[in-house]
Design a protein around this ligand. Structure first.
Ligand code: NAP
Length: 468
């Protein structure tokens, strides 16, 4: 008897009617064998075919926008505005990667020496395993950056769809299948699997036919996958994009506190705070703390109700709050939205309290944060030393790049924001989305922007001499 996956609509408070079958080991084997064949026979080696494939996927997505919205919104409870933004971004990523593939292909150069020529060519790495995150059912999932980046690099892809948006993942997969069929590409260029539990995903990344892995999700999931890929007889590149706390530093010279606090609360609470770039801790000069706390509280009181992605995500968030409340004796300002019962708000800590409370220092995936008072630059530097690698670091104040914290931010985060908020990752060539461990497993690469396709490319140099 096959097992089935059920998804949940948090706006209605009920399960969605459709059930989705779990993939079997045989399905996995078929995907792997087919992907290996597609790779070995160069199914996506021709750059024009690849670009055509990406364009056709884009056309399929555009033609099925409403069907995608229907399943996306019922499984994630994200609204139309958010869907539109993610939809546009998904299309933009496809264009960006297509252009990047063409450019990479044109960049092929030849070094001419006296007795030989050497030419270097980018080659697809091989079949890539992709795991998407719960909070981006389009842009970081089956139609997302890792999949399109790998196609752009010429690699077959096998996706392990996210269980909590299984229907969105299946519809997305069907659009890719249609594009593939229309262009008569080998079936192995794309495979899709679903699972309850972790067996299929873990077996997939350990299989020698898989040559690379893209993961977006939690630290614990990312590290499990990363370790499996590194412990293989033939270790493979694994690009795990994981969580982040995204510290914000308010400088003592800041005069527009109200403006920035309002923007920060928006950034903490939009879509119920379920972003990897959500600001998790705000370091505030002690003399401004009282004002900042009042402004934060006023702003949190006005946050519109928004459900979380799934009851299990909400439960995990509530557990984290309970865990903090058990060991943290400082002040906390929280309210609960009446429509969906989601707790929103923030903890207030001195630097001392922050440093002795490890639970306060971990990612809080939901609409909540921590404000920490610092009394001097030295005290703040002491607090910052405690933080691990970050996706982002934000500095708010006059001339933030001249502050002593700017160098710290550049050394410890993949993206430094000056007088803004960290949410909203633009898909542009100069974006870097990644960061020192544990934000990502390899901070030399970006998961967003053209450079992201380089994760799935290897090079071959051909050296030729005159035949004598
Ligand atoms: P998750 O629980 O780690 O799940 C991600 C995917 O990995 C799912 O397909 C999941 O399978 C699978 N998985 C998790 N643990 C596994 C294991 N031990 N073995 C095999 N497969 C495993 O993460 P999530 O809840 O979806 O996402 C939330 C997290 O993602 C947050 O921490 C957020 O900050 C982070 N995130 C990071 C970025 C970024 O760009 N850095 C972007 C978005 C989100 P199932 O479907 O079966 O659960």
């Amino acid at each position: 008897m096959p097992a089935f996956i059920e998804t949940y609509n948090c706006r209605k408070g009920s399960l969605n009617p459709k059930k989705y079958p779990v993939s079997s080991r045989e399905d996995l084997e078929n995907c792997l064998a087919s992907a290996e064949f597609a790779h070995k026979t160069g199914a996506l080696l021709d750059i024009n075919k690849r670009v055509e494939f990406l364009s056709e996927i884009k056309a399929q997505i555009i033609n099925n926008k409403e069907a995608l919205f229907e399943v996306y919104s019922t499984e994630s409870s994200l609204n139309r505005i958010r869907f539109n933004a993610e939809f546009d971004r998904t299309l933009m990523q496809i264009d960006t990667y297509g252009d990047a593939a063409l450019e990479l292909n044109m960049r092929k150069k030849q070094s001419v020496l006296t007795d030989r020529t050497i030419s270097k060519t980018p080659m697809p790495l091989g079949p890539i395993a992709v795991f998407g995150a719960v909070n981006f059912p389009l842009a970081y999932s089956t139609l997302g950056g890792d999949v399109m980046g790998a196609f752009a690099a010429g690699c077959p892809v096998i996706v392990k769809g996210h269980t909590l948006h299984a229907g969105t993942s299946i519809l997305s997969a069907n659009l890719i299948y249609k594009a593939r069929e229309k262009l008569n590409l080998h079936p192995g260029v794309f495979g899709h699997l679903l699972d309850i539990g972790n067996d299929i995903g873990q077996a997939m990344v350990q299989d020698p036919r898989v040559k690379g892995c893209g993961f977006t999700g939690s630290f614990s999931g990312g590290m499990t996958i990363y370790r499996l890929t590194q412990n293989r007889k033939d270790p493979i590149p694994c690009f795990a994009e994981m969580g982040s706390i995204n510290p914000v530093i308010i400088l003592p010279n800041e005069k527009e506190l109200n403006h920035h606090i309002n923007a920060l609360v928006q950034s903490i609470t939009t879509d119920a705070g379920q972003f990897c770039t959500k600001p998790g801790v705000i370091f505030c000069p002690e003399p401004m703390l009282h004002k900042a706390v009042k402004m934060l509280n006023d702003s949190f009181e006005n946050v519109a109700p928004h459900p979380m992605l799934h009851p299990s995500v909400q439960q995990r968030f509530q557990q984290r709050l309970t865990e903090i409340n058990k060991c943290f004796k400082g002040k906390a300002y929280f309210n609960t939205d009446k429509e969906f019962g989601i707790t929103r708000g923030f903890f207030v800590a001195s630097m001392e309290q922050y440093l002795i409370t490890p639970a306060l220092q971990q990612e809080l995936f939901g609409p909540a944060g921590v404000i920490v008072a610092y009394e001097s630059e030295d005290e703040l530097l002491r607090g910052l030393k405690n933080l691990e690698g970050q996706l982002t670091a934000t500095i708010i104040g006059v001339n933030p790049e001249e502050s002593i914290f700017f160098n710290w931010a550049c050394a410890n985060a993949g993206r430094v924001i000056l007088n803004g908020v960290p949410t909203g990752v633009s898909v542009v060539s100069d974006m870097h989305h990644g960061g020192p461990f544990p934000a990502s497993s390899d901070d030399r690469f970006s998961a967003v922007g053209e450079a992201s396709i380089l994760r799935f490319v290897r090079y071959v140099a051909v050296q030729k001499s005159e035949h004598k």
